[in-house]
Design a protein around this ligand. Structure first.
Ligand code: FES
Length: 186
């Protein structure tokens, strides 16, 4: 495991309760406030960076450079180190995600039952690759490992909705439901 992941940081700076200067939007200001609270909570513990980044991604939806720089500034951890952790772990994203995150399980049971064909159909029709988001910001395409529903293989997830025993020829019908707004996020 790289040093930056296990390192402890003694030089924690004081926490100021303010967002970057350019932030005038209330929603964003509140997001930074929430992040301040997270940083305050975590900086009391060693090896806290991953925890902070994880919560920051929950708050902002992704980790743009500005948020990384903000965390570096508030914790005293070099920005290069923050960025190193963000890019090391695939669970962190530096790009905004679509409204719907479409995940195709490529675990063994799903793979055997045609999951790759489902993935290919999605790539072709949405005109994006894995990890990318459609231009209309509606869909982000991801693969995932076994989600423990092998009996339903092949499995596709759309945010929290699980679709099992799907065929490649049907997958775009599911997508169209979301495009039509038939599916409302809970
Ligand atoms: S392999 Fe896909 S759910 Fe188990």
């Amino acid at each position: 495991m790289p040093d930056f992941i296990i390192g402890e940081h003694e030089n924690i700076t004081g926490i100021e309760k303010q967002a970057p200067d350019r932030v005038t939007d209330n929603k964003e200001r509140n997001q930074y406030r929430e992040l301040d609270n997270v940083i305050q909570e975590y900086t009391k513990k060693p090896g806290q960076l991953i925890g902070i980044l994880h919560r920051a991604q929950e708050i902002f939806g992704y980790l743009p450079e500005e948020v990384q720089a903000y965390i570096a500034n508030k914790t005293g951890i070099p920005v290069s180190e923050v960025n190193g952790v963000v890019t090391f772990y695939s669970l962190f994203s530096t790009e905004p995600k679509g409204k719907y995150e479409i995940k195709v399980c490529l675990g063994t049971a799903c793979y055997v039952k045609g999951a790759q064909e489902i993935m290919n159909t999605l790539k072709e029709n949405l005109k994006i690759d894995e990890g990318e988001t459609t231009q209309d910001k509606l869909f982000t395409l991801q693969s995932t490992r076994c989600i423990g529903s092998c009996g339903l293989a092949p499995v596709l997830l759309a945010n929290d909705d699980v679709y099992g025993e799907i065929a490649a020829k049907d997958v775009m019908n599911i997508i169209r439901d979301y495009q039509k707004g038939d599916k409302i996020e809970s």
